[in-house]
Design a protein around this ligand. Structure first.
Ligand code: PLP
Length: 851
């Protein structure tokens, strides 16, 4: 168990250490505690050892002595004899100063006192607390090895230890007691000199001890529960990483995470000793476990990290590229200037490398000198400051297809270098430094939303940082169906597959839309779900209904009172469809030049809405984006003049403008921008009274995704409405109202194992719910018959259709499942039943609304 400087600074914190060590003892294991110096003492010793003035050094040593006397009083113990001895030797070292030529060895000796003192204080305190604790000198256990590329400074102040399991040491300690305390940061070399381990020293000591003793595990106790999927200071929604293998953890530690020094993982890999990161203040939290984990885990991006201060050196060949030895000449220059290279990208005529500031003592002089030398063999460009953005996860190559939204984000930036590590663990993008702070939260959200960071797998991912440490987490509300299990089981027993819609949930969403003060009329886009009871209920709540076909208009007519406001917003509809719609009370929307140019007489004397294309699309999947020239919707702005001419010619009044950019948008600012853009266009037309800003209000599906902030949306809309108050504001959400209300119930038909893959077959398939196949949509899937059982097995959840794409859920961790179990697919209320087909001549799922 390793504890850092703040954890050993007060008697109260030592109480905690005592409790934690005793709880491990109670598990029947022996405990070795590794400690750092009291907070601030290492820095004080460093300053002391850099001080030339003997008097000032003595003064500094006295202040350090004072700290330890004060702690003894705080602990309620006599100053331990071992501490008194150490303080005395420190006083001598300070008074004498280094002997000539021995400066580095003297420095190491001075700085080693911090840990020697704190551990001796701890041994005395814990023993006084009825936890007999044996003090161990780490220097008797950790042997530094001299490596050929190390200079004297590195050997003394940043030493390496050869740590292979040591049976003799294990036996020696076993004979001495049950609880031990030792120092982090220090070791001894072949010449019997005290040496230091350098940065991350105490963590590394704990790892060395873990390997030497072949410990059951190493626990690093710190002020946070572990590693997160992104830096939680920048991304409060970052998820705790519960399980990582050594290489993944090392990759995350080396590409940004500060919790653990990357050096401390390699000693543990070979002896397969697991390492646990735990929060000293919240020991009940899971923490991060790093170990030799089985590769059975769901393939997932684990983390995204950023490193700033990256310098790129781009080298353009001047005609000598194919020559033998060219690269070797180039890289020799890096060696000569003491600069180590991190990432490499190469092309026919260019090699670009990054210099990592954590590895290089980078100053601009060194880089300038390098550039001057390189200029003799090639054209050099130094690009700085840059930042590296790294995605980490085992099997990165197999996830590339899921990363399209993330890659698209980089498509809008200047990317200097892309590097995919040869161990298939990371993918790195080097961009300008000033964009990363804003980029990181967005990329994390995209990783969640695209399902490439599998936050649904609770074996790998824990709660968000915000849920653990933040205030007032906007937690995802558990689905209504969790409280209706028996009722749903009964419904599934009657008929299967079966859609069940929960009316109270729909009404709740309708009411939350009413909190949008700036909206004058809300329409429900009925194509999301045309069940007549739902249309009735929403009309009764005061919503209008939006339709896109004569069939939908008819469904509306049959379900709701004649005075319910309605919209007709088709796309590439037939001439007679408009004729039909114009004969009803519906507001008709045109979204092209063709109808008004070719069939102007159809619209003569009518007032219409005009749907425009604002030039960009948004949404959760490429197939639901309805703006931009790659989408077939809307009148391109450059046709607006001609449209107005035709409208005037046929006495058609443009009473409103409309835009709908896509589905599944979770960013409240979007609708404000649309309103602003439409208002600016409306001013050009003159006759416009209404601005319809579309639907597309998203519903989070992956655990941890942030829901649309309705309070923020209200604020955004009220603000733009205040700027352009002359227009009526309409909206037309579909998915938002009904998605969460619906579940698809099915029964398990067959199970099959094929190689390592387990298939779970249900009587529902892509003919009932096509969203997973069409949009890669992620729907939560649970075994309702075994709702309280832990997930143990990874399943491919599939349907009965003769298509390989008939997969409802990929790699779902579920309880061991049996034929006849009832499976529930959540968030199936929107674009579920309405998109069903009769493919394979299989029946449609039954639909039922419950109150
Ligand atoms: C589909 C559609 C909507 C509703 O989209 P959601 O993402 O379900 O909110 C709104 N307006 C138009 C024109 C549509 O085609």
């Amino acid at each position: 168990m390793k504890f850092g400087g703040t954890s050993v600074a007060t008697a109260e914190r030592w109480q905690t250490i005592g409790k934690l060590a005793a709880s491990r003892r109670a598990e029947g294991v022996r405990v070795l505690v590794v400690v750092s110096a009291l907070a601030g003492v290492t820095d004080a010793l460093k300053a002391l050892s850099a001080e030339m003035d003997g008097g000032k050094r003595k003064h500094a040593a006295a202040a350090i002595a004072e700290r330890h006397h004060a702690l003894a009083i705080d602990m309620g113990i006599e100053l331990p004899a071992r501490v008194a001895e150490r303080l005395e030797s420190l006083a001598h070292l300070a008074a004498d100063g280094p002997a000539a030529g021995q400066e580095l060895a003297w420095q190491a000796q001075v700085q080693a006192h911090g840990e020697l003192l704190s551990s001796a204080m701890g041994a005395a305190f814990l023993s006084a607390q009825h936890l007999p604790t044996t003090w161990v000198d780490s220097r008797d256990c950790l042997k530094a090895v001299a490596l050929p590329n190390q200079n004297e400074r590195t050997r003394l102040l940043s030493a390496m230890v050869e740590a292979t399991p040591d049976a003799a040491l294990q036996a020696r300690l076993a004979g001495q007691g049950e609880v031990f305390i030792a120092q982090g940061f220090i070791a001894r070399d072949d010449a019997e000199r005290t040496v230091l381990l350098g940065r991350g020293g105490s963590d590394t000591s704990a790892a060395y001890f873990g390997a030497l003793l072949k410990a059951a595990r190493v626990e690093i106790w710190t002020d946070v529960a572990g590693m997160f999927s992104a830096n939680p200071r920048q991304v409060p929604g970052a998820r705790l990483l519960k399980r990582l293998d050594y290489l993944e953890a090392q990759e995350i530690a080396s590409t940004g995470a500060k919790v653990l020094h990357p050096r401390c993982l390699s000693p543990l890999r070979e002896p397969r000793v697991p390492l646990l990161i735990k929060d000293t203040n919240r020991p009940e939290l899971d923490g991060t476990e790093i170990g030799p984990h089985l590769r059975e885990a769901v393939t997932s991006v684990k983390a995204i990290s950023t490193r700033k201060g990256i310098t790129l050196v781009s080298m353009e060949s001047v005609g000598m590229w194919q020559q033998v030895g060219f690269l070797s000449d180039v890289f020799n220059q890096f060696t000569k200037h003491g600069l180590s290279v991190d990432l490499i990208g190469s092309a026919e005529t260019n090699v670009t490398v990054s210099l990592d500031p954590t590895e290089n003592l980078l100053d601009s002089d060194a880089v300038a000198a390098l550039a001057a030398d390189l200029a003799k063999v090639c054209r050099v460009k130094v690009i700085a400051p840059c930042a590296a953005v790294t995605l980490v996860g085992r099997g990165m190559r197999s996830m590339l297809h899921e990363l399209s939204s993330v890659l698209a984000e980089f498509g809008q930036l200047r990317v200097h270098l892309i590097s995919q590590s040869s161990n298939n663990l990371n993918l790195t993008f080097v961009v300008d430094e000033d964009v990363v702070d804003e980029l990181l939260p967005r990329l994390h959200e995209l990783l969640l939303r695209s399902g490439s960071l599998r936050s649904d797998d609770d074996v790998q991912f824990g709660p968000t940082w915000q849920a653990l440490y933040g205030r007032g987490e906007a937690q995802m509300v558990p689905g209504w169906w969790r409280g209706e299990r028996q009722r749903l089981m009964n419904l599934a027993a009657e008929r299967s597959p079966r859609y069940v819609y929960h009316l109270p949930t729909i009404l709740e969403r309708a009411r939350s839309l009413k909190t949008l003060d700036a909206v004058d009329q809300c329409y429900y886009a009925v194509k999301a779900n045309t069940h007549p009871q739902i249309l009735k209920a929403l009309a009764a709540e005061g919503l209008g209904l939006e339709s896109v076909s004569p069939g939908e208009l008819q469904a509306i007519d049959q379900a709701v009172p004649a005075d319910t406001p309605r919209l007709f917003t088709p796309n590439f509809a037939r001439r007679e469809d408009y004729v039909t719609a114009l004969a009803t009370s519906a507001s008709v929307t045109l979204d092209a030049l063709h109808p008004i140019e070719q069939w102007g007489e159809v619209f003569a004397g009518h007032a219409i809405m005009l749907r425009v294309d604002l030039g960009r699309g948004l949404g959760h999947h490429e197939k639901v984006r309805t703006g931009g020239s790659s989408s077939k919707f809307g009148l391109p702005i450059e046709h607006l003049g001609r449209f107005i001419e035709c409208a005037e010619r046929h006495n058609v009044r443009i009473k409103g403008l409309h835009a709908h950019l896509g589905s599944g948008i979770l960013d409240a600012a979007h609708w404000g921008e649309v309103y602003g853009q439409l208002a600016a266009l409306a001013d050009r037309i003159g006759s416009v009274e209404i601005l319809n800003i579309g639907g597309g209000l998203g519903v989070p599906s992956h655990p941890g995704e942030q829901p649309l902030d309705m309070i923020e949306l209200n604020r955004v809309l009220s603000e733009v409405k205040a700027t352009y108050p002359q227009y009526k504001l309409w909206m037309e959400p579909g998915r938002y109202l009904v998605a969460e209300s619906g579940v698809l119930l099915s029964r398990v038909t067959q199970l099959k194992a094929k190689g390592e893959v387990r298939y779970l077959g249900t009587d529902a398939g892509m003919h009932n719910l096509i969203r997973p196949a069409l949009y890669d949509a992620w729907h939560e899937i649970v075994n309702l018959s075994r709702l309280d059982d832990a997930g143990t097995t990874l399943y491919q959840v599939v349907g009965p259709i003769c298509e390989s794409g008939d997969v409802l859920g990929n790699d779902r961790r579920l309880p061991e499942t049996h034929e006849g179990d009832v499976m529930l697919i959540a968030q199936a209320g929107a674009y579920g039943a309405v998109m069903a087909s009769h493919y394979n001549l299989r029946d449609a799922a039954d639909e039922i609304v419950i109150e």
